[in-house]
Design a protein around this ligand. Structure first.
Ligand SMILES: Cc1ncc(COP(=O)(O)O)c(C=O)c1O
Length: 449
């Protein structure tokens, strides 16, 4: 059976590993070795020069990472892959490899917060022009792109609002202008969308989320052509970020990926059911979930995704006096010196969220919120975003019904979260002082968390 005839699940479990070459071990051994020895000095020299295959230093390559890299490349339909220490490591290693002063990168308006910060505050410090475009409308890219544009970058679905970008349409425009297309596929995962099949050049992942699925690692992955991955490995990763993944993390990720398809099925089913229940709630302005009829890009979702993900954004109706008024309790808290308590509480929830969502052990994750943004005052409501666990929904319902709460009133639980929090100005913006010093907490709009 050829590789392309094997199912996703089979490839997720077996691809790229030959147990017989590892003494029959069912799972790849974890090669916890920083360096490797050579038969001869010449052999080592040749490896250093890139003229011979082999491992000599784990920042450049390692056998355990190699298994993982082959596996994710196969699942994404790419030629080659690369493992990194985090999603941000994957993104920065990739972009540092292809951009230099004087180049332009065009990014979608909605990106995960730290990616957004890197793009808008990091890259310009090194002479890279960064242009923001709403890529949900491909004509906007057509109007903005130029010979200076080296990279077109977006997420689909985007964090935090689940907006989709048409990968084929954007790739066609970018390629006509000679630019590479880099897609963050963290929330779709290769189970739901494989951007390379739609024309993208490079795919990056925060493998910390669904790919790992157990909340026990921070990890990143990149896939693309052999040539591009060699460039990212030897320039961005080796010389610029050094963001190498530990072999132990690679083993945990290989294990997580084995059940990815099964877990995504459950994540999608749960998210859809909860999205439908919350959409019907009077306190909800809208729920952004690509599988809902009301989703503005439902057609694109059906064309580009095989299912609609485990991630949804809920927009609560704003209070009468507007969005900014949703924050007074926190601001007052800051003035009274209780800011730290509020803040810790908020990020306590955030942390717990990380633990529960991606493993999905705890249905009560639904009650947790960790995003609430001002949206430049233009947004009609307050945002809360959710990642759905993969525990059975009826179990969650049972747990709730024991407390007299039905699935239809889950939103009541969401409303009880005792804080409102948005991103605080970060040091990368040139404000190293705690943001709450002086005039109380400063809330700054950022997309994503
Ligand atoms: C879409 C997206 N990309 C990248 C990242 C960064 O990944 P990591 O936290 O693994 O560095 C995140 C983190 O939440 C994310 O949501």
């Amino acid at each position: 059976m050829t590789n392309s005839q094997k199912s996703f699940a089979t490839r997720a479990i077996h691809h790229g590993y030959d147990a017989q070459s590892e003494q029959g071990a069912l799972n790849p051994p974890i090669y916890m070795s920083s360096t490797f020895t050579f038969e001869t000095a010449e052999a080592g020299g040749d490896m250093f020069a890139g003229e011979r295959e082999g491992h000599f230093y784990t920042r450049i390559s390692n056998p355990t990472l190699d298994h993982l890299e082959k596996r994710i490349a196969n699942l994404e339909g790419a030629e080659a892959g690369l493992a990194t220490a985090s999603g941000m490591g994957a993104i920065t290693s990739t972009l540092w490899s292809f951009l230099e002063a004087g180049d332009e990168i065009i990014i979608d308006k909605t990106l995960y917060g730290c990616t957004f910060a890197f793009m808008t505050h990091g890259l310009p410090r090194f002479g890279v022009k960064v242009t923001l475009v709403d890529m949900t409308e491909p004509a906007n890219l057509e109007a903005a792109i130029s010979a200076q544009t080296k990279i077109v970058y977006f997420e689909t679905p985007a964090n935090p609002n689940n907006r989709l970008v048409d990968i084929s349409a954007i790739s066609a425009i970018a390629h006509r202008a000679g630019a590479k297309v880099v897609v963050d596929n963290t929330y779709a995962t290769p189970v739901l969308t494989r951007p390379i099949e739609h024309g993208a050049d490079i795919v990056v992942h925060s493998a910390t989320k669904f790919l790992s699925g157990h909340g026990d690692v921070v990890a990143g992955l990149v896939v693309g052509s052999k040539e591009d991955m060699t460039q990212v490995r030897l320039v961005g990763l080796k010389d610029m970020t050094g963001a190498v993944m530990s072999p132990l993390t690679a083993m945990l990720l290989l294990r997580g990926i084995k059940t990815l398809e099964l877990r995504m099925e459950r994540h999608c089913a749960t998210a859809r059911k909860v999205a439908e229940a919350l959409e019907a709630h009077p306190a909800v302005l809208h729920v952004a979930y690509p599988g809902l009829q009301s989703f503005p890009q439902a057609d694109l979702a059906r064309r580009q995704m095989s299912n609609f993900g485990g991630f949804l954004e809920i927009v609560k109706r704003a209070k009468k006096r507007g969005n900014r008024r949703l924050f007074p309790s926190l601001t007052r808290g800051a003035n009274k010196g209780t800011y730290t308590e509020n803040f810790t509480k908020a990020f306590g929830y955030y942390r717990r969220t990380n633990e529960v969502y991606w493993h999905g052990l705890d249905f009560h994750a639904l009650r947790t919120t960790f995003h609430h943004r001002l949206s430049d005052g233009t947004c009609p409501g307050a945002h809360r975003r959710k990642l759905m666990g993969h525990e059975p929904l009826d179990e969650g319902e049972r747990a709730y019904s024991q407390k007299g709460i039905s699935i239809a009133s889950l939103f009541e639980q969401v409303k009880k979260i005792p804080f409102d929090v948005a991103w605080v100005q970060s040091p990368i913006r040139g404000n190293p002082k705690p943001a709450h010093e002086g005039k109380g907490l400063r809330l700054v709009h950022r997309s994503g968390t």
